[in-house]
Design a binder for this molecule. Structure first.
Ligand SMILES: Nc1nc2c(ncn2[C@@H]2O[C@H](COP(=O)(O)OP(=O)(O)OP(=O)(O)O)[C@@H](O)[C@H]2O)c(=O)[nH]1
Length: 369
């Protein structure tokens, strides 16, 4: 399932104007290529259900969704989370609820990199639920654990909000290989399916291959990519946002080079990209998304802290949950640095980039049907 929050009416701010010219050669125009995926049916449009995250709105607002059949989507999620969940889901086959069960659950959560604070909180909550519901079987405990986990994770559930500004500018950051560029490609395809106009900025000016990878994604998606050979990533971002305003683009996505938060000069470079982007458009970047690889486990939590301290993150994308036994780190994030999780990656295909749904995630993790 893939969703984001879209305002359909006019933005609150004045209509965007072109403020800068972008050299035509800086733009890779890619009109002739075909999309990989066949054209999809128009996305379903549902009535506003945004009260959870949007207290105000005088504007018409809709959730734009691309739904797969629920069962197919959920089984994808569950098979994606198999590695993380395997230690947990097998613990409920016994006949009684005893201390051994709680101890095994504790070990399984720690092994899944949920971390001690979240594990302790979850188990305390679980014991309360077992008592208050007078549960008698481990099978019932499975459901109660899913409920406790869903409650812990629910503050992280928030849809990506597109359309409050035109363009909405997303800046993607993360360590090398976390899945930034792949996520940009998938996100772009989903946005295009929902009729959003997208422009990409190849802000990884450091690695030529990264630029080429983004351009290839642009080709596949038939969207323009602003890129420069070498040069300053902040300048690429500035050009892209300026072009986005001039061309009435809905969403500009700025890729950046992978870096470790300990590389202080590179973190300064990201701060500069953020500052310069704001010069091209007030309030931009509207979203700063950290892409983290679930395989990094507790280290991913350290990345969230460090990037958040440096940049003020607005959201996370957690990739490779399918290949990881450490997806429990999401519980640690909820407990220790609750930055919203917009999307999760549970596989390599387009449909494996899914909107984070706390309840579904919790059910999948404990192996509930
Ligand atoms: N299994 C799996 N693989 C993924 C997922 N997301 C990304 N990948 C793979 O992870 C690898 C690295 O992805 P990239 O998108 O190149 O990562 P990046 O963060 O842009 O890397 P740098 O440009 O080096 O910073 C690629 O092989 C992707 O196919 C996912 O959710 N599941």
């Amino acid at each position: 399932m893939f969703r984001f929050f879209k305002r359909k009416s006019a933005p609150e701010t004045a209509a965007p104007e072109a403020t800068a010219e972008v050299a035509p050669e800086a733009i890779t125009a890619l009109a002739a290529l075909q999309l990989d995926a066949p054209a999809e049916a128009a996305p379903a449009v549902e009535p506003a259900v945004a009260a959870r995250s949007e207290p105000e709105t005088s504007q018409a607002a809709v959730l734009v969704a691309e739904e797969q059949p629920t069962s197919g989507w959920f089984s994808r999620l569950r098979s994606g989370l198999r590695k993380t969940g395997s230690g947990i889901s097998g613990l409920f086959g016994g006949s009684k609820i005893d201390e051994a069960l709680y101890e095994e659950l504790e070990s399984a959560l720690i092994m899944a990199d949920a971390g001690m604070p979240a594990t302790t909180a979850l188990l305390a909550d679980l014991r309360r639920r077992v008592k208050s519901t007078r549960a008698e079987t481990p099978a019932q405990v499975r459901g109660l654990l899913a409920d406790a986990l869903a409650d812990l994770l629910s503050p992280l559930q928030k849809p990506l909000d597109i359309g409050r500004q035109n363009p909405t500018v997303l800046m993607m950051v993360g360590v090398n290989g976390a899945g930034k560029t792949t996520t940009i490609g998938k996100l772009t395809q989903h946005l295009l399916r929902a009729d959003e106009k997208v422009l990409l900025a190849a802000g990884d000016t450091f690695r030529a291959a990264a630029r080429e990878q983004l351009v290839a994604w642009g080709q596949r998606n038939q969207v323009q990519v602003i890129s420069q050979d070498g040069g300053d990533p902040a300048a690429v971002a500035f050009d892209a946002v300026s072009a986005g305003k001039a061309r009435e683009i809905d969403v500009v996505i700025v890729d950046t080079a992978g870096r470790l938060p300990t590389q202080l000069h590179l973190m300064e470079e990201l701060k500069k990209v953020k500052r310069v982007t704001a010069k091209a458009m007030d309030g931009a970047p509207h979203e700063i998304l950290l892409v983290i690889d679930a395989n990094n486990g507790q280290n991913a939590l350290a990345q969230v802290r460090a990037f958040d301290d440096a940049l003020g993150l607005t959201g996370l994308v957690i990739t490779k949950l399918d290949g990881s036994a450490k997806g429990g780190v999401i519980a640690a994030i909820a407990r220790e640095r609750p930055v919203p999780v917009y999307f999760i990656g549970v596989g390599e295909s387009l449909d494996d980039l899914q909107t984070f749904d706390a309840k579904a995630f919790a059910r999948a993790l404990v192996g509930e049907a």
